[in-house]
Structure formats: C-alpha cells, structure tokens
Design a protein around this ligand. Sequence first.
Ligand SMILES: Cc1cc2nc3c(=O)[nH]c(=O)nc-3n(C[C@H](O)[C@H](O)[C@H](O)COP(=O)(O)O)c2cc1C
Length: 189
Amino acid sequence: MKKNLGAITAIAPLPVFIIGTYDENGTPNAMNAAWGTQCDFDKVFILLGEHKTTDNLKIKRAFTLAFATPETLEISDYFGLESGRKTNKIEAAGAHTAKAKFVDAPVIEEYPLTLECEVVEMQEGDDEFRVIGKIVNTIADERILNAKGEIDHDKLRPLSYDSIAKKYRILGETVGSAFRAGLKIKNKK
Ligand SMILES: Cc1cc2nc3c(=O)[nH]c(=O)nc-3n(C[C@H](O)[C@H](O)[C@H](O)COP(=O)(O)O)c2cc1C
C-alpha cells in the first residue's frame, strides 16, 4: 500500500556545501548550503535565500565551495546557524582562510576539498537567488586522493544532509558499477 505524502523534501542525499565569500572589505564569510548540486561538468548550482553570502556574491561574483566532512561537521553546522551580517563566523569558528588562487574568495583551510567558482548566473526570484558557478579550480588535500590522484570519496567522507530527519550522514558503501550494472538486461535483447 502506497501513501501520498504531498510536496515534501524527499530527495536525498543533499550535499553539505560550505560557500566561502569575501565582502567589500575583504572579510571572509562562510555559509552552509544544502540546496545545490553539480549541474554540468564544470558548473554548480546553488539556491540561496537573502544572506550575507548573497550580498557578497553580488559584489565579488566569486565563491569557494567546500565539502563538509565528519571532521568539519561542527563548524559546518555553525556556518548555517548564524549570519555573517552580525558575526565574523570564520573567527568565531576558529577557522583559517587564505585567498583562493584563481577567484576573489576565501579558501577555508580546514576543509580537504574546495572548488573555486566564478558566478556566471545569479537570478533573483521573489525571495531567493538561483546561482550558477563555473568551476575554475579544485583544491584537494593529498590525503583524500587515491593512487591515481583522483578524489576518493571513501577517504573524503563528504557529509550529506537528510532534510527529513534534519541529520548529517555520510555516504554509504559501494553497491554497484554505473553504466555496467544494467548491461545484462541491455545485452539480453
Ligand atoms: C544544513 C543546512 C543547510 C542549509 N542550506 C541552505 C541553502 O541551501 N540555501 C540557503 O539559502 N540557506 C541554507 N541554510 C541556511 C544558511 O546557511 C543560514 O541562513 C546562514 O546563516 C547564512 O549565512 P550568511 O548570512 O552568513 O550568508 C542552511 C543551513 C543549514 C544548517
């Protein structure tokens, strides 16, 4: 028996992105954003309300996108609890930043994987901004790379946001190979 649950936020996993920006004075800020995704090979999409981050994006047209991990869970959640309009969250979290090499945005050193992005679209809706960023660089700690130099998600352990339970989770085990698992059926025809 199936039940109709209406329009709810059932999609999982949602990511836990940490969006890093500078304001007009070069003060770094970070916010937690789960409503986003990769939307092309070199682009990301994020849906943002009105925040210090959107003020900063309008000025700088650039951001970093870091991946929250179990080690950075506490600061990552904190970045979603308070606004940079009132508090210097980077200082309050005891986090460390350096200017990104390719965009005018801060890299938060505590995170093992960070994308440097330029804003290519920022559409304003009624009470939201739809932002598309072009990835111009990816910065990875060596410890999260495999022997081939690729990102290893078992080492990175990126957090996911479960918006039903309001919990952070980590990716589970591998259960199959994409573009291969269905070949048995395809080749039977
Ligand atoms: C788990 C989690 C996910 C969030 N996802 C989003 C999101 O996708 N978009 C958004 O606008 N705010 C989101 N927020 C809320 C912002 O992070 C929060 O309003 C923050 O204070 C904004 O910071 P700022 O004003 O310094 O930019 C999320 C918060 C949490 C804890």
